[in-house]
Design a protein around this ligand. Structure first.
Ligand code: NAP
Length: 534
């Protein structure tokens, strides 16, 4: 699949494939996509010169009505066809992930197979909505004493476009976990993948377009600069952003949101925690579960997961035992070129990310001790010093309350800090110093002991993941985002919500109170189903 001569990847807008910079023959407008292990140029992207007005108008006025002419059930069927189409092309996607993201096959699977699983899940959930074209929000409520005049709340798909501005770490899943909900709702999608890994997103869109599954213009892809996209966002469009808090802050200030009231969903940085409860002493199953999960989360996708454990919290008395056990596991991580089968962890996504991660480690080391550093005397398999490989680093802060940086600096790589707490109440306080996170996980030998901290942590987290010995084989993992569960988090994590089964449909709909004669309010139930709760 990897091209012998790097090509300029085309954009798909207004139902047509269009090259960017080649229209102006200005090669300086192209950005190269680089293999982070070899430094080789793989492809180029450019969004220069695209007719963005036409792109948005076509999606809004041609694709949107065609999508919404289908029922929810029919759109669910399209999701199923998309999943089947992607399934047949997995080998191509894995090859691109290896070359462009530097990931080993098991990490590529998190992105690629995670995308296909999410689409399949939404296809099944959406099928239950059948022939409906409207979603109802509760029963009719009389507004007059004789019940002749009433109100019923309905959800209708927003008549705009869903624009996704995505992060580099999930070029496959990042598209489809959002598009599943948007397309099921009947809202056309324009995706702008992060430039550094845009190739996989672009090819998946190309394969789905070629399969003719969706009405023309339902799915567009723009690779390269985001310049001008938000200027086209109108009052009925929605924007989903995944990326850094800094970029999110810039976006939120755009007139699309401040003046035109378009809605934006943000998934941003997060200082996720894992908490080993005081009962889970070394030698117990919960202790081992915690250790395994911390090491796994640090190394899966080289720690480039928004949900990865950044702060691993243990009672001070178990600090040394936990440090030794996690370090022992990390020491087994073979790092290097993902093409070598002995390699368990590939590289970071780019040289820029490597610099950012090394800078971040140094920043944390100003207040945290280094408990394990795989980069000391590191030998990266089949990868030179210029590769974007970074080995795992475990930092430590015995007195967690004394730290500042570890609670507010997200290092987006194979890095975590072991944080000591005095009692469980302090652990809860420390976890909340992340100012709102995507996920916190709890480990105890006693399921019921996790009730109080789970509820105490819920108001600052999008997801609470609790593990005891009884779910050793069945639990889905701290960092795995399951389509059935909400993904997102309050505060620092962006304040967004995605997935959560059919709850995902909410973002792509407008809720309206229809008031009128009882007969009209009753007639609204034709061709409609109650908004599903899961
Ligand atoms: P980023 O620099 O903020 O970029 C994210 C996206 O925004 C990219 O597509 C980027 O395009 C685009 N962008 C950058 N500046 C923009 C602007 N001024 N206007 C419009 N779009 C703009 O973030 P990143 O470094 O790629 O991603 C890593 C971060 O994402 C991490 O901090 C991680 O926590 C977060 N993340 C969160 C989640 C989640 O679900 N909560 C998931 C994954 C990642 P270019 O690539 O072309 O610059």
């Amino acid at each position: 699949m990897v091209m012998s001569t790097p090509a300029l990847l085309e954009n798909y807008v207004a139902g047509q494939w269009v090259a960017g910079a080649s229209r102006t023959s200005n090669t300086s407008e192209r950005t190269a996509l680089i293999d982070p292990v070899t430094g080789e140029t793989l492809a180029y992207v450019s969004s220069a010169g695209l007719d963005l007005d036409a792109a948005f108008t076509f999606a809004r006025e041609t694709a949107g009505p065609a999508l919404r002419a289908l029922s929810y059930g029919e759109r669910a069927q399209r999701l199923s066809q998309i999943a089947a189409t992607l399934q047949t092309k997995r080998d191509d996607y894995y090859a691109i992930a290896t070359a462009n993201s530097g990931t080993v096959a098991t990490d590529s699977a998190v992105d690629i197979d995670g995308a296909i699983y999410t689409l399949s899940t939404y296809a099944k959930l959406g099928a239950a909505l059948g022939d409906a074209h409207t979603l109802l929000d509760g029963a009719a409520v009389p507004l007059a004493k004789d019940a002749s005049f009433a109100v019923r709340h309905v959800f209708r798909p927003t008549p705009g476009v869903a624009l996704f501005i995505n992060a580099f770490n999930f070029p496959a899943w990042g598209l489809w976990e959002k598009a599943a909900g948007a397309l099921l709702a009947g809202v056309p999608v324009i995706v702008k993948p992060a430039t550094s890994t845009a190739w996989l997103t672009q090819l998946m869109v190309a394969d789905v377009v070629a399969a003719g599954i969706l009405p023309p213009g339902s799915l567009s892809v723009i690779c390269g600069s985001a310049a001008g996209l938000l200027d086209r966002i109108g009052p009925f469009d929605v924007v989903s952003f995944t990326g850094s808090a800094d970029t999110a802050a810039t976006l939120r200030a755009h007139p699309a949101f401040t003046q035109r009231s378009a809605r934006i969903n943000v998934e941003a940085d997060s200082l996720n925690s894992a908490i080993l409860l005081p009962d889970a002493a070394p030698g117990t199953t919960a202790f081992d579960q915690f250790v395994r999960e911390v090491a796994r989360e640090m190394t899966v996708k080289s720690g480039q997961k928004c949900t990865a454990i950044r702060r691993a919290m243990v009672s001070v008395e178990h600090f040394d035992a936990a440090a030794a056990a996690i370090a022992e596991r990390l020491a087994k991580t073979v790092v290097g070129n993902p093409r070598n089968e002995t390699v368990k962890m590939g590289s970071l996504v780019s040289a820029a990310q490597k610099r950012a991660v090394l800078d971040g480690i140094a920043h944390l080391q100003a207040e945290a001790e280094t408990l394990y550093d795989g980069n000391r005397d590191a030998v990266f398999v089949d990868a030179g010093p210029d590769s974007a490989c970074v080995a795992p680093v475990l930092l430590g802060l015995r007195d967690g309350a004394a730290g500042k940086r570890v609670h507010d600096t997200e290092v987006f790589g194979p890095v975590a800090t072991l944080v000591g707490y005095r009692d469980l109440d302090e652990a809860v306080v420390l976890a909340k110093r992340g100012q709102g996170s995507l996920v916190v996980s709890l480990y105890s030998n006693d399921a019921i002991a996790m009730r109080a901290p789970a509820l105490a942590l819920a108001d600052a987290h999008g997801r609470v993941h609790a593990v005891d010995p009884s779910v050793g084989k069945t639990q889905t993992g701290h960092g795995n985002v399951m389509p059935q569960s909400l993904h997102g988090g309050p505060g620092r994590a962006g304040g967004g919500e995605e997935l959560g089964g059919l709850r995902a449909l909410r973002f792509y709909h407008v809720r309206t109170a229809v008031q009128g004669p009882a007969a009209l309010v009753e007639a609204l139930t034709q061709d409609a189903v109650e908004f599903p709760k899961s």
